[in-house]
Design a protein around this ligand. Structure first.
Ligand SMILES: [Zn+2]
Length: 291
C-alpha cells in the first residue's frame, strides 16, 4: 500500500518536473527572443531619438539661419525700382503732351547738357551712374527695370514713365545732371512732382518723402552743396507716372570742378551709395508703418 502511494507520488513529481522544465524552456526561449527584439526595437528608438535630436538641431540651425538672413535682408530687397538714365545719344524734338489730357506739348527727349571740363555728354554720364546704381541695387536684392541700357535708343519721356508704370515699380528714379549759364553754380537737387496734373495724393507724398530721404543721404555721402527738393508740374516723365517718382540732378556739368568730380568713378560710387542709403531709410520706415 505504502509502495503504491510512493510510486504514485514519484510519478506525479516526475510529471510536474517535466511540465516545469517544459514551461521553463518555453519561458526561457520566449524571453531570449523578446529581449533580442526589444533590444533591436530599443536601438531603433534610440536611433530615431538621435535622428530627432539631430533634425531638431538642424531645424534650429536652419531657423537661426533664416532669421539671420531675414535680419540681414535690407528694406529694399524685393522692391521694384525703375531707373531712367536721362536723355539719349540723339535728342528727339518731336512733341508729346506734358500730361494726360493736356494740350501743352514738350519735346519727346531733349539732348541734355555737356561737361565744360570733360566734354562728356550728360546722357553718357547719366547712363554710367544708372548702370552702377542698377548693379548695386541688384546686390541688395532689389528688382531693377531700366528704361535704357545703351545710348542709341529713342525713348520719349512719356514712354519712360510708361515703362515704370508697366513694371509696377515701387519707385521710378530718374538720373540727370544739371547745367547753368553761370559756371559757378554747383550742387545737388531732387525734383518731385507737384499736384498740377497729378491728383493721387499718396503718390505725391511718397515721391516727396523718397526724394527727401535720397537728397539728404546723397548730400551726406558726397558733401556736395544741397540745392534742395523742388516740386515741379511741367515734367512729362512725372505727369505720366502712376508710381512715386523722383529726379535727381547729381550736380552741374557746367561747373568745371563738379563736372570732373561727376565723371570720376569714386564720386559716382558715393552718389549711388547715397541713393541706396536714402531708399533704405525711406523703405525701412515705410515697411514699419505698413506692418
Ligand atoms: Zn537732364
Amino acid at each position: 500500500m505504502k509502495n503504491t502511494i510512493l510510486n504514485a507520488l514519484k510519478k506525479w513529481i516526475a510529471i510536474i518536473s517535466i511540465i516545469s522544465i517544459g514551461l521553463c524552456g518555453i519561458y526561457f526561449f520566449t524571453k531570449v527572443t523578446t529581449t533580442d527584439e526589444e533590444k533591436e526595437n530599443k536601438e531603433v528608438v534610440d536611433l530615431n531619438e538621435k535622428r530627432t535630436d539631430k533634425s531638431s538641431n538642424k531645424d534650429k540651425e536652419a531657423g537661426t539661419k533664416i532669421k539671420t538672413k531675414d535680419e540681414e535682408k535690407s528694406s529694399i530687397s524685393d522692391k521694384i525700382i525703375c531707373i531712367d538714365p536721362g536723355h539719349q545719344l540723339k535728342g528727339n524734338l518731336e512733341k508729346e503732351a506734358v500730361a494726360p489730357n493736356s494740350k501743352i506739348v514738350k519735346f519727346k527727349c531733349s539732348s541734355g547738357t555737356v561737361g565744360v571740363s570733360t566734354k562728356i555728354r550728360e546722357e553718357k554720364l547719366n547712363l554710367e551712374v544708372g548702370l552702377l546704381l542698377k548693379q548695386k541695387l541688384i546686390n541688395e536684392g532689389a528688382k531693377v527695370v531700366m528704361t535704357r541700357e545703351t545710348s542709341k535708343v529713342d525713348i520719349s519721356n512719356v514712354e519712360r514713365a510708361e515703362i515704370s508704370n508697366k513694371a509696377n515699380s515701387d519707385v521710378f528714379i530718374r538720373i540727370h545732371t544739371d547745367g547753368s549759364e553761370n559756371h559757378n553754380v554747383a550742387g545737388i537737387s531732387v525734383l518731385v512732382p507737384n499736384d498740377k496734373y497729378i491728383k493721387d495724393k499718396k503718390m505725391l507724398q511718397r515721391s516727396y518723402d523718397i526724394g527727401s530721404c535720397v537728397l539728404k543721404s546723397v548730400v551726406e555721402h558726397t558733401k556736395a552743396k544741397n540745392k534742395g527738393i523742388i516740386k515741379r508740374g511741367d515734367i512729362s516723365g512725372f505727369n505720366w507716372s502712376k508710381k512715386p517718382v523722383i529726379l535727381i540732378e547729381m550736380g552741374f556739368m557746367t561747373n568745371p570742378d563738379e563736372d570732373k568730380k561727376l565723371n570720376a568713378k569714386q564720386y559716382q560710387n558715393k552718389i549711388v551709395e547715397g541713393i541706396i542709403d536714402g531708399l533704405k531709410r525711406y523703405f525701412d520706415q515705410d515697411n514699419k508703418n505698413s506692418r
